[in-house]
Design a protein around this ligand. Structure first.
Ligand code: BES
Ligand code: ZN
Length: 642
């Protein structure tokens, strides 16, 4: 690319003269194709953006939502920051987009067509959109539409929602924003935006931005504004029949009508959580904090979209027992949204900090016993993952340059990241670590940083300020050496020790089920208990437990999930019936993927699972389809669309 530069300059100069003479293009094809040169990925291996040369400073979107054609249609205008004024092209990331026209705004206010071209498609990275950028131009406009198969959007029809109205929502992290907006789709670039969205007049539009409505607007036109700069993976939109219920002065919840009361009750503690977050790490800097409850096909537990976290309805257990997930998404308002990983190799800066912060919020709300139980559950899972993972995946900072950034999201950046911070807390003391973290969030607020920037800051402000508590070599072992360091501190939980003793007594026939103190167990104790029964269940035990505790009918998704895994193992008929219902309704990958994988592992279950999957898949998000097909070992050419 760089060796072609003089030729490229000459060509673009000619093009510039030519395009200056042309007026705004009405045609959907470029005036003259942009010059050919080999396009390589940029500094971020998961984006084509050359953001050191020119970067997006502000984005204005004008889109209409076509629920029938399952397309977003309209245009975006980019205001650019030209770091190298002579630089003559802008490369945007796109994937599966219909690019119709590219124009630039001249200083006199008129638009003019410019040369552009879509490069070859490069798998999950998509296609670079190369735009010739004449000198002095600071605004570019792209007219486009998304396609129904956009990976970052899910379109549900009226039969697939509880309201009976169609629904659409986005999931942009890690690199799917490019499937619904052409962007410099790298967390290294932050920009502000405003948006005008037109939707059918019986639906409501919400965005991860300021301007979310409290009631439906019958014109169907919604205006949004995002005054704080955000990275592209935090771009978020949802459209559907939504109701809003206020929780606190700056917080509330959106959900389909059927869910709204249950949601508002479940999340009543939200305002208190925000205050705990502020006490720990400084002011909440985003204005409002609302929650959006999505249909059960939402592929994740939650997504930290700014000002409006997206949540699965499966965490609404009726008793607030699964609120750690809300604490997690809220915590991202500091770790991730305020201070962002510059590339996906540094994901632990987002997720590891967030899991630590989540634990601190849970401790402040529910006490140390709950924190210890959650820590122990996480530790046990992490130890198992680390034992199974490839060597290169067993450390916090991983080279992902040749891989799909999706692969960044394993337990290691989450839980090993968290235990690294737990370890810092033990070594330096809570007070010193909290002061350090607070200063860190201030220092790097609204910036995207890499691990090395964190490391240098930690050396200066923690390791050197409080000498002889821990060594830099120890920190580097966490960051860059495979496996959990042997000096890592394993959490302990008395509560689980009791559960273990009681479980063994029951299995040995020394204790009746009715004698287990299960009424006093929290969901965490249940999780530990059920996980420990792996490999020990037969039909007789399953039936006895179900009779005693009605686990097949449990309303707590974490308990149901573990019970369904045991049902697969024991081939327990009532459990298998519930499993079918569950797979037809829920598309949350954390559950569907292991359930399909467990079924595929049995001699009876794979065919049955494929039949259920065939029925369920039209309601699944593209990400859930991909993961389910992998779990069932189906290549995508066997299973066609819908
Ligand atoms: N940022 C993630 C969601 C995500 C995960 C996006 C993977 C893209 C790829 C979110 O903050 C998250 O971690 N959610 C977890 C819940 C959390 C409590 C561990 C989830 O959805 O399970
Ligand atoms: Zn997270």
């Amino acid at each position: 690319m760089r060796s072609n530069q003089p030729l490229f300059r000459l060509l673009t100069l000619c093009l510039f003269v030519f395009t200056l003479a042309a007026c705004q293009s009405e045609t959907p094809t470029p005036l003259v194709p942009a010059p050919e040169f080999e396009i390589e990925v940029g500094t971020d291996p998961h984006s084509f953006a050359e953001y050191e040369k020119v970067s997006i400073e502000h984005l204005s979107m004008d889109l209409s939502v076509n629920m029938t054609a399952q397309r977003l249609e309209g245009h975006v205008i980019y205001r650019l920051d030209r770091h190298e004024p002579g630089w003559q092209r802008l490369i945007l990331d796109t994937r599966d987009l219909d690019i119709q026209d590219v124009t630039v705004l001249r200083p006199d206010g008129s638009y003019m067509g410019v040369s552009w071209r879509l490069g070859e498609s490069q798998g999950h990275l998509g296609q670079p959109l190369v735009i010739v950028l004449p000198a002095g131009i600071e605004q570019v406009r792209v007219d486009y539409a998304s396609k129904p198969e956009a990976f970052g959007l899910q379109w549900l029809n009226g039969e697939q929602t509880s309201s009976g109205k169609p629904f659409m929502f986005s999931q942009s992290q890690p690199h799917y924003a490019r499937t619904w907006v052409p962007l410099q789709d790298t967390p290294a670039v932050r920009y502000t935006f405003d948006a005008n969205i037109q939707a059918p007049s019986d639906l409501m539009v919400v965005m991860g931005a300021d301007g979310n409505p409290e009631a439906i607007n019958e014109t169907g036109v919604y205006a949004f504004n995002m005054p704080q700069p955000i990275p592209s993976y935090l771009m978020a939109i949802a459209v559907g029949e939504l109701k809003f219920e206020s929780i606190g002065p700056r917080s509330g919840v959106y959900a389909e009508p059927d869910w709204i009361e249950r949601a508002a009750n479940e999340f009543a503690v939200l305002e208190e959580m925000i205050e705990i977050g502020e006490d720990l790490y400084g002011p909440y800097r985003w204005g409002r904090y609302d929650l959006l409850v999505l249909p059960p096909s939402f592929p994740f537990g939650g997504m930290e979209n700014p000002r409006l976290s997206f949540l699965t309805p499966t965490i609404i257990a009726g008793d607030g027992s699964l609120l750690a997930l809300v604490a997690h998404e809220l915590a991202h308002s500091w770790s991730g949204n305020l201070v962002t990983n510059a590339a996906w190799r540094d994901l632990w800066l987002n997720e590891g900090f967030t899991v630590y912060f989540e634990a601190r919020i849970m401790e402040a709300l529910y006490g140390k016993k709950v924190r210890d139980m959650l820590a122990k559950l996480a530790w046990d899972g992490l130890v198992e993952t680390v034992a199974q993972a490839d060597e290169a995946d067993r450390q916090l900072v991983r080279d992902l340059s040749e891989r799909d950034p999706e692969e960044a999201f394993m337990r290691v950046p989450y839980d090993m990241g968290r235990f690294f911070l737990d370890w810092l807390e033990v070594r330096f003391g809570r007070e010193a670590l909290d002061a350090f973290l607070r200063a860190y969030f201030d220092e790097f607020a609204f910036e995207s940083i890499d691990t090395e920037t964190f490391r240098a800051y930690a050396i200066e402000n923690l390791f050197e300020r409080y000498p002889n508590q821990a060594t830099i070599e120890e920190m580097d072992a966490w960051l860059y050496t495979p496996g959990l360091p042997e000096f890592a501190i394993a959490p302990e939980s008395d509560a689980f020790e009791q559960v273990d003793a009681q479980a063994s007594q029951w299995l040995a026939g020394e204790l009746a089920l009715s004698e287990l103190p299960a009424d006093e167990w929290s969901v965490h104790e249940w999780r530990h208990f059920l996980t420990g029964l792996n490999g020990q269940m037969d039909l007789v035990r399953m039936e006895a437990m179900d009779q005693q505790f009605e686990l097949t009918q449990s309303q707590n998704v974490e308990i149901v999930f573990l019970w369904l895994l045991l049902s697969i193992e024991a081939q327990y008929p009532p459990g298998i019936d519930r499993l079918e219902e569950f797979l037809l309704e829920v598309g949350r990958n954390k559950f569907t993927q292991p359930l399909y994988a467990a079924l595929a592992d049995t001699d009876w279950g794979r065919e049955w699972a494929i039949a259920v999957y065939e029925q369920a898949k039209s309601g699944y998000h593209p990400l859930t389809r991909q993961a389910s097909e992998r779990a069932l070992d189906l290549s995508s050419d066997i299973i066609g669309p819908n």
